[in-house]
Design a binder for this molecule. Structure first.
Ligand SMILES: *Cc1c(COP(=O)(O)O)cnc(C)c1O
Length: 397
């Protein structure tokens, strides 16, 4: 058993830092010395590297993942009277970006295997918008939840048919692939976040947008610096202040060097979890957990390793988490409340039951400790504890 003096981190960022501490410290030192804290040479270099990594024509580094979504909407001229179709099973920032430009989020339920927006639901919602509202459908904003790409083949074909933009929220999926394309390069524009806990994180807030469209890239570059024209005192539109700090770019340049290997390690950790969990599952009379599904033609970067609790265990999720915590094992629910039921979305008029698959997912998922340097021994301890605690809970029913 693990006691509280032997704590397991949910995401151990220090394990990574320990490996590249010297490189990161000197990268930061270089910025302190040249003093170009805003749009310094590291920012330009990082954008080049990130665009190469993704295979996109343009990378526009930005202040965070939420602003990257918001700026993408602004650049596409989406605002009041426009509808953006998105998933209710996501971090609120996705929906918040749509609300913050005055557009209306229209939710479409998820596919319960991938947890991502279900293409056939998107089609239904577009038809409903056209039939029942005065809104103009402008874009689909799929979320690549937990690091796995949404079904962009189907989504892009729906978008083409209805002349919609696709804004890929790849805050959790930077570097994931689908049909040999790297996220976020599957839509009109794709965004990511470098929040520390994301698969590729910096040491503060950060984000980026990617596109192959020259005009859109130019607009995003203008919008992030107060709508600049030839320079920041030639303001041609109302923009924002949404730049990435040079220090963060310097840190990301070092971290990006490790990232391809970390993606492989992430896959290995995920595979081990799946093997261990399926093994304990098969040694017990009732099905207790479902491991994340891998989907042909897609690779995940495993922003989270999220299991699904079967009934009746899902009803005891809080108890399970508490008991794991007492054994020094953190676990987190992403996301407890689907966006359509959040207080901030009240005015949109949704109610419980509107998106049953998202609601069921929210009620039964559980994310386990995960990072690329999690060792097998610790994974075994975690899965053994989950096994043990769930058996106890089920026998006390
Ligand atoms: C983290 C996250 C965001 C927001 O990114 P920030 O950099 O924290 O603003 C947006 N969407 C999803 C799905 C996220 O997980």
């Amino acid at each position: 058993m693990i006691n509280s003096t032997n704590k397991i981190a949910f995401i151990d960022l220090q394990a990574q830092r320990a490996r590249i501490e010297t490189e990161i410290n000197s990268a930061i030192q270089r910025v302190l010395e040249h003093g170009q804290f805003i749009m310094g040479p590291e920012v330009i270099e990082l954008e080049k590297r990130l665009a190469d990594f993704v295979g996109a024509n343009h990378c526009i580094s930005l202040s965070n993942g939420t602003d990257a979504l918001m700026l993408s909407l602004l650049a596409l001229d989406i605002g009041p009277g426009d509808a953006v179709i998105t998933s209710p099973f996501t971090f609120f920032a996705t929906v918040e970006s749509i609300l913050s430009v005055g557009a209306t989020p229209i939710f479409a339920d998820i596919d319960c295997n991938s947890y991502n927006i279900a293409p056939e639901q998107v089609t239904l919602r577009i038809e409903q918008i056209q039939r029942n509202t005065d809104l103009i459908p402008k874009a689909i904003m799929p979320v690549d939840l937990f690091g796995l790409c949404a079904d962009y083949e189907a989504i892009n074909s729906i978008a083409r048919e209805h002349q919609l933009f696709v804004i890929q929220d790849a805050a959790q999926s930077f570097g994931a692939t689908l049909s040999e394309q790297t996220a976020p390069n599957h839509g009109t524009v794709g965004t990511t976040s470098f929040f520390p806990a994301k698969p590729l994180g910096c040491y503060g807030d950060g984000g980026a947008a990617f596109t192959n469209d020259d005009k859109l890239a130019e607009d995003l570059r203008s919008l992030r610096v107060h709508g600049k024209g030839v320079d920041k005192y030639d303001n041609v539109k109302v923009g924002r202040n949404n730049r990435l700090d040079t220090i963060q770019a310097a840190i990301l340049l070092e971290k990006l060097k490790q990232y391809p290997q970390e993606i492989q390690l992430r896959q290995k950790v995920a595979d081990e979890y799946t093997r261990l969990i399926n093994d304990t599952n098969s040694r017990f009379e009732v099905q207790r957990f479902q491991c994340p599904q891998q989907i042909d033609g897609r690779t995940s970067v495993w922003a989270q390793y999220t299991i699904r609790l079967a009934r009746p265990l899902s009803k005891k999720r809080a108890e399970l988490m508490q008991q794991l915590k007492e054994r020094g094992i953190p676990s987190v629910v992403y996301y407890r409340t689907p966006s359509h039921l959040l207080g901030a979305c009240k005015s949109l008029g949704y109610k419980e039951g509107d998106f049953p698959k998202s609601e069921q997912a929210a009620a039964s998922v559980l994310s386990l400790p995960f990072h690329p340097y999690l060792n097998l021994e610790t994974q075994k301890l975690i899965v053994d504890a989950v096994d043990d605690v769930t058996k106890q809970i089920l026998s006390n029913q």
